[in-house]
Design a protein around this ligand. Structure first.
Ligand SMILES: Cc1ncc(COP(=O)(O)O)c(C=O)c1O
Length: 397
């Protein structure tokens, strides 16, 4: 008899007190293989903000030699990872705190490769001063803005002021002329391609508009990135890293000749924000279970907890998504609550008090901020737990 995934999961996780978070290792492996295929000849840097578990990070990195390192999100996280044997760490975002940069300088001085992100002369001056005091040379990566302005719309994120090839060259030359910092990389994150879904069945017109903007933006950003790298090469400046993309831009970023590596995080857990992309079929590998504790009406099953809403602009897609049993829905007036989450369900499963409802977070790593462990499922059985950063007493952002 073929059982539903809901019944499989309910049986496999029986006895584990809810709420709990889980990771389906078989689906994670499918996602890893999909990422490997999509990335072609490019190396892959794992975006740890979307993983937030040392053990899971290690598992992905050990899967294939194309996984070359980690894109970290804070200095303390980078130090934590380096002290736990992780190599080739790139901070994806600038930091300013003097003590944090001094700590990084100490680690780099001891031979641990950690690259800091910069986007301005101010960043370089500040880091240079600290590196000089620490008596070391710090590797830097320039964040190149790849957003697009089109008919009054800013298609992309507000991060780096390095917008043009001239801006990039100026900053690269400033770094190259220093004895205390060195240019290790150029990163450009095309958020408007990687982080925007374009195949939501309920917004067909919007999908068409987004795809049009994506095509236009890809042409533009590919040209800027190539022009900057070629110009730097012509000046004898050859950064080791040319990093681009994210989970949702693999198919375009990996066609860019100058790109040496892509950053990938969300694709591994594949949260609900990644359900609707034209070019990707990632599997829902991670989620959490909440327990039915009351039944106010025939088809309404109210669960304890569950309200783990994601960061970002306030919109319905930041809500967690009822996943299993299929056909479960949040109630629009209540959503997922701090202590109670009513689920509307009209399907064929016979649900009772104590049964789980499986949910998916809208974003990948934020799930791990709510749980100390992930229960690891493989071949229909729970085989182990893996600690999250929180479970190790760490809370980086
Ligand atoms: C700098 C940078 N690179 C890459 C990514 C892509 O990460 P993910 O694959 O988790 O979407 C992000 C996500 O926000 C990012 O900020």
């Amino acid at each position: 008899m073929i059982m539903s995934r809901y019944a499989d999961y309910r049986n496999a996780f029986e006895g584990i007190p809810k709420p709990f978070a889980f990771l389906d290792l078989d689906l994670l492996e499918q996602n890893i293989r999909h990422v490997l295929t999509l990335s072609g000849s490019k190396q892959i840097r794992v975006a740890s903000k979307s993983i937030r578990s040392r053990e899971v990070l290690r598992r992905i990195l050990d899967f294939d030699p194309k996984f070359i390192g980690v894109m970290c999100y804070t200095a303390t996280e980078a130090i934590y990872l380096t002290e736990n044997g992780f190599q080739d760490l790139l901070l994806g975002y600038p930091i300013w705190d003097t003590e944090a940069i001094t700590n990084i300088a100490r680690k780099v001085g001891e031979g641990n490769p950690i690259t800091l992100m910069v986007d301005s002369i101010e960043h370089v001056d500040h880091i240079e001063r600290i590196a000089k005091q620490a008596g070391c040379k710090l590797p830097l990566c320039i964040d190149l803005d790849l957003s697009m302005d089109f008919m009054g719309l800013h298609f992309g994120v507000w991060r780096s002021p390095v917008r043009t090839v001239t801006d990039g060259i100026r900053l690269a030359e400033r770094i190259a002329s220093s004895s205390h910092v060195t240019l290790d990389g150029i990163m450009g994150y095309e958020a408007q391609i990687a982080g925007v879904g374009d195949a939501n069945p309920s917004t067909k017109l919007r999908n068409q508009l987004v795809r049009y903007l994506k095509r236009k933006s890809i042409r533009q950003l590919t040209a800027i990135r190539a022009e900057l790298i070629h110009a730097l090469h012509a000046k004898g400046i050859v950064p080791r890293i040319v990093n681009g993309g994210g989970s949702g831009s693999l198919s375009s970023t990996c066609t860019e000749e100058v790109v040496t590596e892509v950053s990938v995080g969300s694709a591994f857990y594949s949260p609900s924000l990644f359900d609707y992309y034209e070019n990707y079929r990632f599997q829902p590998a991670a989620g959490y279970a909440i327990e039915i504790v009351r039944r106010p009406k025939a088809n309404i099953y109210t669960c304890l907890g569950g309200g783990y809403t994601a960061s970002g602009s306030i919109a319905l897609d930041k809500q967690p998504k009822p996943y299993l049993p299929e056909g479960s829905k949040l109630m629009p007036m209540e959503g997922a609550g701090e202590v109670q989450t009513p689920i509307l369900y009209h399907g064929s499963e016979k649900l009772q008090h104590g049964d789980p409802i499986f949910m998916r977070h809208s974003k990948a790593g934020e799930l791990c901020e709510r749980f100390t462990v992930l229960h690891i499922l493989s071949q229909g059985k729970v085989i182990q737990t893996m600690s999250t950063y929180r479970g190790e007493g760490r809370c980086f952002l």
